[in-house]
Design a protein around this ligand. Structure first.
Ligand SMILES: Cc1cc2nc3c(=O)[nH]c(=O)nc-3n(C[C@H](O)[C@H](O)[C@H](O)COP(=O)(O)OP(=O)(O)OC[C@H]3O[C@@H](n4cnc5c(N)ncnc54)[C@H](O)[C@@H]3O)c2cc1C
Length: 435
């Protein structure tokens, strides 16, 4: 037994964690274990990958093939995106979709049907999955694709580990000429300005806005929009051009211990947001940056989750349709600003259409998506219950991979009720939500 938690350090649980890499041993484990959940690198925030019995995929860490002509890679499910980047970037390829951290596994990417800053243009990871091998409750391995075992293929993508253990994944990559991003950062004075900018710049491949969610009145929702395109060789400065396919550095700064509970309070969050917004003096900045700070600014700090203290934090990410979305966002930001429960990290993105080849549990729906981090407290949970009502009123939903607290009623109202899964694969979350 060991104490296990995911990225939010909330909730924590005593669990028996089994790590295996031989397929026959995994099959025996699957057949003989009553209820368990597969777990990758624990980068979901809440309880999706928690159960008294956990199967860790981290020993499934082999690269199986890399077709450098067509840009197709096959790996075992426990390989991290950071490891994949190390192999593909020097050959002129990039991940077609990437989340805000590179420290997740391929299996976790499939199970959460991850999205990136390019969903409005390129969709979720589902669109780039050629096939995967799935071990189902009998221990049998199913090759799943758009043409083989289609039902399992669809229900596993975004299926939160509830259909079986993904063993291998085959993924289509994106061709790049350089590993740099041509970035444009635009300051927006309030929520109306930022939503107008999203529309104006929707042709950009990547877009994400950082929002100061403690600002009020005419400044409600003031933000910085960060747009990006993969840079071509002619975009690079002399120093960058020396190594156009440069990799991310392995250097990281550790947060060595849990911060005390008082370290993050309304005042410190206000000060951070003020400084962040005002550090950009010009209305617009254009520059060329490496993919690492553009896509993964938080990865430089290992264990940054400890900043929230030992009681942990929760990430609240919702999506609401564009229709009346502006009104919904204003209501939510006003409630947050009035509550004084600040969030260091508040990022707004837009989603394009969902994908027919993904589970009904898959999160993206066409519209706006806002993600906010909150230190766990009874006051925050009361606020989030309030926000749930607004999200539901506007036809929205919460992202399961970030969630640790929504009620079963909220879940069923927003996602419906029909999901293919096996009772062998259960998480604290699937039990809480009665999936
Ligand atoms: C800083 C940060 C930024 C993030 N940004 C984004 C973002 O921009 N977009 C986004 O979509 N997500 C984002 N995430 C969430 C993250 O991408 C997902 O939670 C992802 O699933 C984590 O992968 P993991 O390997 O850590 O899986 P875990 O956290 O261990 O598990 C997540 C889920 O996947 C299931 N699972 C894992 N491996 C397997 C397997 N082999 N077979 C079957 N099921 C499996 C688990 O059961 C669980 O339900 C972010 C997370 C962090 C910490």
């Amino acid at each position: 037994m060991e104490r296990i938690f995911n990225w939010g350090i909330y909730p924590t649980i005593d669990a028996e964690c089994t790590t295996l890499n031989a397929v026959d041993k995994i099959a025996a484990y699957v057949r003989t274990t009553d209820a368990f959940i597969p777990r990758g690198n624990g980068r979901c925030y809440g309880d999706s990958a928690l159960q008294p019995k956990i199967f860790s995929t981290l020993a499934l860490n082999k690269f199986l093939s890399f077709d450098t002509v067509n840009g197709i890679i096959k790996t075992e499910a426990g390989v991290l995106l950071s490891e994949i980047l190390e192999v593909i970037v020097p050959k002129g390829f990039f991940l077609p979709v990437t989340p805000g951290t590179k420290f997740i596994t391929m299996g976790g990417a499939v199970a959460s049907n991850i999205h990136g800053k390019n969903h409005h243009k390129d969709g979720a990871i589902s669109q780039y999955i050629e096939c995967f091998d799935l071990m189902v409750e009998s221990g049998e391995i199913l090759r799943c694709s758009r043409t083989e075992n289609t039902e399992h293929f669809i229900n596993t993508i975004g299926g939160m580990g509830l259909t079986g253990v993904v063993l291998t994944v085959t993924l289509h990559l994106k061709k790049i000429e350089t590993s740099f991003i041509k970035q444009k950062a635009v300051k927006a004075k309030n929520i109306h300005a930022i939503l107008d900018y999203f529309e104006q710049y929707q042709h950009y491949t990547y877009s994400v806005a950082w929002i100061d969610c403690l600002s009020k009145g005419d400044s409600l929702g003031r933000s910085i929009l960060m747009l990006g395109e993969h840079a071509t060789p002619s975009d690079l400065q002399a120093q960058q051009a020396k190594q156009p396919l440069q990799l991310h550095s392995a250097k990281q700064i550790d947060v060595p211990f849990m911060f005390p509970a008082f370290a993050l309070n309304e005042l410190s969050i206000k000060a951070f947001n003020f400084l962040y917004y005002n550090k950009q003096r010009q209305q617009e900045i254009n520059n060329v940056v490496h993919y690492n700070p553009y896509f993964y600014p938080l990865d430089i700090l290992t264990n940054w989750n400890r900043i929230y203290g030992k009681n942990g934090f929760t990430q609240y990410q919702f999506a609401i349709p564009f229709e009346n979305g502006r009104e919904g966002l204003i209501k939510i930001l006003t409630k947050i600003a009035d509550s004084g429960c600040g969030s260091f990290l508040a990022v707004l993105k837009t989603f394009g259409k969902g994908d027919a080849f993904s589970s009904p549990l898959s999160f993206p729906i066409e519209g706006y998506t806002l993600a906010l981090d909150f230190k766990v407290s009874p006051k925050v949970f009361a606020l989030l219950d309030e926000l749930d009502k607004v999200v539901l009123d506007y036809g929205g939903r919460l992202y399961l991979t970030k969630d640790a607290r929504m009620t079963s009623a909220t879940f069923h109202q927003s996602y419906g009720t029909a999901f293919l899964h096996s009772t062998k694969f259960q998480s604290l979350q699937s039990n809480r939500l009665t999936i």
